[in-house]
Design a protein around this ligand. Structure first.
Ligand code: ADP
Ligand code: MG
Length: 452
């Protein structure tokens, strides 16, 4: 890690040279190879079978910021229909389910209540939902998983601290909460990571999928691997879904790390861990931005008046994303600064704000491009004869920040030589819910627990 002497040096560090990014690409490729060779790649051992049953499924998406619940119907030919869906934040002004004083039981009772609301809505819409509903549970944290329907939380990430969940089987916590909420008709059939859910959803809807990336609160990739190392039969035979946990990649080239990253990491819940996620995840980009404004304030005192400057995590990622999306519109940036406490922002202050937002989102997008390039290049990722494979992407940071998408596509084609990125990348806003339903369908097919 190098420190910087002034704002322009900070910006230089936030805009890494192509060869620094190339080094990241190389290390990521080696890392994945090693992880696979040493049996540390987390396999969820599922790919979409041909005989997947249609019908209705209940689903939960527990990603880190919101709890999404839905009832989904899987139809034929990759089609699906959402019958009812609900989103509730995990933390808001009234409650915070992510704090240490909240217990695992309370957290999952909260989840069960959200599902209850969705079911009521679904039942009002469709009379037929009185029978049992298999449930697909997407739980997007590092877990130890031995079968499709249980997962032990290894550690919380994304700054969640709820007590009594680490080390537990989250499906047991969920099942108990469902019983307590009189939801006996809901039958948990599968638990999986969001990367796997997006892989399954993309394979179900489009076929020919190789990689899936989550670019939301957290950051992670997963992929379908040729089924070469595992000898146990899997339901579909040919390939298996793997969760790479790439957000936890820590071998980041020195030149890519700024002292903003180091400060953020030192003050985080788990210093030294999830280092890649801390440079790309929506949980962190706003805070990197705030720290950049603090640094810039040393040189441009006007910026010290910003209302969010003192309070960690008070500059939210969507706010910074808005600035990055209008980074060439000085008037808009001026209005944004005004809203945050600078009455009459100077042209210099506007320039600073847009340059900070631009640099942080562009860096995150280029890091993501390096990952896609590295993972596609690994010899064991699935390839299709008929066409180049799809990379399915999900997560609000990617879906809602136009500037991030633009930088990602540009970096993929100009820095990593990936042709037609617009055709290879598929955006899948509803993929986690759909993938959860597909997994529940697979879980139902494998009545006896599937070995992973
Ligand atoms: P989760 O990661 O909880 O599954 P999402 O994929 O919706 O949920 O991602 C939410 C994260 O995305 C938030 O933490 C926030 O940082 C980021 N985000 C939400 N809205 C926007 C936006 N408009 N622009 C950029 N980032 C956003
Ligand atoms: Mg999510």
């Amino acid at each position: 890690m190098k420190s910087f002497a002034n704002f322009s040096e900070l910006l230089e560090r936030l805009n890494p040279a192509a060869d620094t990014l190339g080094k990241l690409d190389d290390s990521l490729l080696k890392w994945l190879q090693q992880k696979r060779d040493t049996g540390r790649l987390i396999s969820q051992h599922i790919s979409v079978p041909k005989n997947l049953p249609g019908g209705c499924y209940a689903v939960i998406d527990f990603g880190g910021t919101n709890i999404r619940t839905a009832v989904i119907e899987l139809q034929t030919a990759g089609k699906s229909r959402i019958i009812a869906a609900h989103t509730e934040p995990l933390r808001c002004a009234i409650y915070d389910m992510t704090k240490e004083n909240v217990t695992g039981e309370e957290l999952f009772e909260f989840v069960a209540r959200q599902l209850q609301k969705t079911l009521e809505e679904a039942r009002a819409a469709e009379a037929l939902l009185a029978e049992k509903l298999p449930l697909g549970h997407v739980f997007s944290f590092p877990c130890l998983q031995k079968d499709i329907n249980s997962a032990q939380l290894l550690k919380w990430t994304k700054e969640i601290r709820t007590r009594g969940v680490e080390g537990q089987d989250v499906q047991v916590l969920l099942r108990n909460a469902l019983l307590k909420a009189d939801l006996e008709l809901i039958e948990p059939a599968a638990i999986l990571n969001d990367t796997t859910a997006v892989l399954l959803a993309s394979q179900y809807r489009y076929g020919c999928t190789a990689l899936a990336g989550i670019i939301g609160t957290g950051h992670n990739f997963g992929g379908f691997l040729e089924n070469m190392v595992y000898t146990e039969a899997d339901s579909a035979g040919k390939f298996t879904a793997h969760n790479f946990e790439s957000g936890d990649f820590t071998d980041i080239p020195e030149n890519l790390i700024t002292n903003l990253d180091t400060m953020l990491d030192a003050a985080s819940a788990a210093p030294g861990e999830q280092l890649l996620e801390k440079m790309v995840g929506g949980a962190y980009l706003g805070e990197i931005g705030r720290l950049a404004f603090v640094a810039a304030g040393e040189e441009f005192p006007e910026l010290r008046k910003l209302a969010f400057i003192e309070q960690p995590y008070s500059l939210k990622t969507p706010e910074l994303s808005m600035v990055s999306d209008c980074c060439h519109d000085v008037a808009q940036t001026g209005l944004w600064l005004k809203r945050h406490g600078i009455d009459d922002p100077s042209a210099q202050a506007c320039k600073c704000a847009s340059t900070i937002a631009d640099a942080i989102f562009k860096r995150a997008a280029r890091i993501t491009a390096a990952e896609i390039s590295a993972f596609l290049a690994s010899g064991f990722i699935i390839k299709y004869e008929s066409r180049p494979s799809y990379v399915a992407l999900e997560g609000s940071l990617y879906l809602k920040t136009e500037y991030f998408r633009k930088c990602l596509f540009r970096s993929l084609s100009t820095e990593f030589g990936i042709e037609n990125p617009c055709e290879r990348i598929v955006s899948m806003p509803d993929a986690v819910l759909l993938g959860a339903a597909v997994a529940a369908g697979i879980g139902g097919l494998t009545q006896e627990k599937t070995h992973i």
